[in-house]
Design a protein around this ligand. Structure first.
Ligand SMILES: Cc1ncc(C[n+]2csc(CCOP(=O)(O)OP(=O)(O)O)c2C)c(N)n1
Length: 334
């Protein structure tokens, strides 16, 4: 491993934390405590290193993050609390990302430049251009990072983002990450794409790119470090294709059941930690128990919290409701 024992223990801890959180969210959905689940079980080996390497902060001196909906591991690594994700799952008023309005794993954190995660796919490939241009004008080492899935690369926004990022002498410092789990809901990769790596599409735009195994912690860490160093210094785009697993299928809409035959990045990492005598079975069990307990305590607390009041529905929207000509719906009349 190219990094210290302490760092490996930290990565393992965060990976398990993210997995236990996702499994708790799935249980909540199945027991009627959350109406929809979508999340990142199977992407932890990539997203924990990503979270560790992000230049975290607010404003253009820091990275701007336009994320996909499978990044609980990145957000936990940045410092998000389990309980807040559970608040969004249960749609309570205290959900800090959407005030109880949005699906789970739809983060928005202004103090860390986490731009609202959207349910319509590939919207982030359009918004990333804005901060990419701002980062270019600002200079420094802050970069724009955008993530999306493999199926989403069939949409126009993906090609547009590559085009905008690679204009001659106006290149944008954007790290464009595609997490490839080989499916778009139930549509297999080959139904939508040619039999070539997605990373190769970078070539047509003169964009540096790589394809990596996102189930391997060391490979992920090294590839992110390399790609980030390139984008930060050269102020040019980089396309990183990351092979990942989808351990509970697409979402609760497809059942959210364990999928046999997928590689589990946590199991793979634990084999390495054991072989290197860094951690053993007892340690693994303790970490799992710690986060199992934290998630259970969080659910108990959240179940007692209030839901948002109907009057707040028009808060945080672009149009100023006071000046709008649209009448208030009768059920909201004061
Ligand atoms: C614009 C738009 N079209 C269709 C959908 C329905 N939809 C939700 S997720 C999804 C599949 C996305 O697959 P991929 O981009 O590979 O990401 P993954 O969910 O596999 O991580 C689709 C088609 C959507 N949310 N938004």
């Amino acid at each position: 491993m190219p990094f210290s024992k302490e760092k490996q223990i930290k990565i393992h801890d965060l990976m398990v934390k993210a997995r236990l959180l996702e499994e708790r969210l799935i249980k909540m959905n199945k027991s009627g405590l959350g109406f929809f689940w979508i999340g990142g079980a199977g992407e932890e080996a990539f997203h924990v290193p990503l979270g560790m390497l992000i230049k975290k902060g607010e404003g253009l001196d820091y990275d701007f993050l336009h994320f996909h909906y499978r990044q609980s591991a990145t957000l936990l690594t940045l410092g998000v609390e389990m309980i807040d994700v559970i608040r969004q799952m249960h749609n309570t008023a205290a959900d800090p990302y959407s005030g109880g309005r949005n699906f789970v794993n739809h983060f928005a954190v202004k103090k860390w430049n986490v731009v609202n995660v959207t349910s319509p796919i590939e919207v982030q490939l359009a918004t990333c251009i804005g901060t990419g241009v701002a980062h270019r004008r600002h200079g420094g080492e802050g970069i724009t990072i955008v993530t999306g899935g493999d199926a989403g690369t069939a949409e126009g926004e993906f090609a547009s983002a590559l085009g905008w990022a690679s204009r001659k002498d106006r290149e944008l410092p954007i790290l464009n990450i595609v997490t490839d789990n080989r499916y778009g809901i139930s549509t297999p990769f080959a139904e939508v794409h040619c039999d070539r790596p997605i990373a190769e599409r970078g070539r047509a735009f003169g964009i540096e790119s790589a394809t990596i195994n996102g189930n391997d912690v060391a490979e992920s860490y090294a590839a992110i470090e390399k790609a980030m160093a390139y984008v930060r210094k050269k102020r040019k785009p980089y396309l990183l294709e990351v092979k990942v697993s989808r351990l509970y299928g697409h979402s609760s809409a497809s059942g959210a059941n364990w999928v046999e035959g997928e590689v589990d990045g946590i199991v793979e990492f634990e084999k390495k930690l054991k072989n290197a005598k860094i951690l053993g079975e007892d340690d693994f069990k303790k970490v799992r128990e710690k986060y199992e307990q934290e998630s259970i305590e969080a659910v108990k607390k959240v179940l007692k919290e209030p839901k948002p009041k109907p009057e707040v529905i028009f808060e945080h929207i672009f149009a100023d409701r006071k000046d709008a000509e649209i009448p208030w719906p009768p059920w909201l009349k004061k």
